[in-house]
Ligand binder design. Sequence first.
Ligand SMILES: [Zn+2]
Length: 383
Amino acid sequence: MITLAEQGVIEQGWLLIEEGRIIELGSPMEMIEPDRADESIEIVDLSDYCLLPGLIDCHTHLSIIPGEGDQLGQMRLPGQINILRSIPNLYQDLAAGVTTMRVMGEEHYIDLDLKKAIKQGLIAGPRLLTSGIGIVATNGHGAALTVCDGVEAIRKQIRRNFARGGDLVKIFATGGVSSPASTLEHPGYSREEIRTAVEEAERVGSYVAAHAHGGKGMDYCIDEGVRTLEHAALVSEQQVERIMEKDLWIIGTFSILFHPEGIEKTDLKTESIREKVMRAREFIRENFSRVLKKGFNLALGTDSMHGQLAWEAEFVNELGLSNQQAIRAITSDAARACRIEEDLGTLEKGKLADLLAVEGDPLEDLASLRRVKAVFKEGERMI
Ligand SMILES: [Zn+2]
């Protein structure tokens, strides 16, 4: 059992769960074996497998399947259709061991409805942290149906998102890879607009997550108090240093750029997209393997590559992080990035019983994260 907490690795450990929370855990030496005759206790034997905390995907979308191409076109589909499209995606993520996901923008507020449906048990899926409709300028990357220009429009959309139950704000601060016209560095918004988003979020105790690859747009985000910087494919060494000074987070999303089922599958045929992907790939391989040594706050997300969170961990492992660090980036560090570390991210007394059982030891071989044998969410077996 990999606790990722003070107890470290517990060989052949026991976990006692009550009302969705871990109330005791330890080695057979430390704990009294439960009375097998006591019918009020259900015993689940996973002793052939390795147990770790349920995985946390810090950046995804529910309705998008990158390999289909034209992601913005996918977001423009009617809300009802996108709710239906999301259901198998949610299941795929859950089956891969993901028990929590941070959703980084959907049209029609479908993330908020799906969050409720999952809570009510209508459909199976990870618990969702939601941002509602993403804040994006008319000419910005990520503009599907709803756009906001100017501080007043931004305020209003953020307030709408919170009123409907959003947890955080997603803003598009630079261009992106998958939209043909935008560049990766040019700011999508002015400083003032980004500052307004931060003000609105912080006033209700929340924060801003910004799509930001690099350049001036990334500088604006760092300066104006954006808390999590998403993708950051072109982040400079200097920017990394300032991110560390301010204790901000980088959320890496590598599979969409590198995996053959990602952008490569369809959108690479568009020349401008192809150029951006190739440039980002080259820069990431060179830059990240260097800056990762600095030890900045890093967590990972699949950016809609459903079921591929383990791939993300394997990728940063290849770039130089240890197995333990790579696992933390999708569990305990991911929980801190999402501000849910009180309840999730480690196996500890008092935390929610989100568990993943895999075949093999991920501390030896990360590929074992793909061999999922059981998934529990708040003590309930989902897979
Ligand atoms: Zn995204």
